[in-house]
Design a protein around this ligand. Sequence first.
Ligand SMILES: [Zn+2]
Length: 340
Amino acid sequence: MASTTPGLVCGHHHLYSSLARGMPAPPLQPTNFLEILQQVWWRLDTALDLEMIYWSAKLGAVEALMSGTTGIIDHHESPNAIEGSLDVIAQACSEVGVRVVCSYGVTDRHGSAAGRRGLEENRRFIASGGRGMVGVHAAFTCSDELLESASGLANDLGVGVHIHVAEGIDDLAAGKRLEQLAQDDWLLVHCVHLDRELRGTIAHNPRSNMNNGVGYAHPSRRANKIILGTDGIGADMLEEMRLAYVAYRADEVTLSPDLAWSWLENGYDFIPECRDDQVTWNYDHSDSPWHVAFTPGIRAINVRSAEGEELLHDGLPTLVDLHEIRSKASEAAIRLFAKL
Ligand SMILES: [Zn+2]
């Protein structure tokens, strides 16, 4: 028996990380969150070129679609391929039929000139009609000047800022530094160690937080609206919802699956059209939080977009060739790993 839901939204993704699976181990074993960034992600992102970004995004988008996820809020960084990177991601998603909100995560990690180039990529993409938010990596890798410029640019463009906030203890000062800048349309990612109230929606990423050992974010204690993201570990949002549920049950056993379900639905604030996409699942209670929380492995069978186009048929994408994407992505991954 099948049942349907609207398309799901991944509230925080890094499509550039789709190729990272199986990457060579770093030279030194990372022992904390900052070392994971330094030795894994900041080595990976500097090695990316536009071709790798394209196949990584396309693989991530098609895997999202096969999980019933029709909208992605993406956060991208590729310091040696900044210009045009957001177009490449938007193009790859569009070819698959997945909606995407793009942002380039600016940082002063590679000098203030690279920070300005990142800002310009956000500006160029959004001003030319691209769907995006102004991306910021995190306060702890940005000067006050860059944070203020990003905030000002977002105001000028009429969009929010998409920023990692207090993910690890290294970013403890984020609350104080962002307090005067954050607006209601900001997307604050993680907020595990945020020490005060900040305006904006919080993207909660339970699997990533566990994977990085940064601690539990206690999203149910926040006054902010909460959405769910994967932080680059796929885009299976029913799976992330299940994990969000058991993560808060481990902390507070009275909370129900309805809460995690509401966090999934809050994603429509950012990509409302997904509410009119239709996903048919291989399970007859896919619209019931209490069923979904206790039914691992529910799969999307068909996806029809709000515009009436069939995007997924019998579990396979219709607009693109899955085998071609996997094989091209695997070639790009070999090139990427060789550079690491
Ligand atoms: Zn992230």
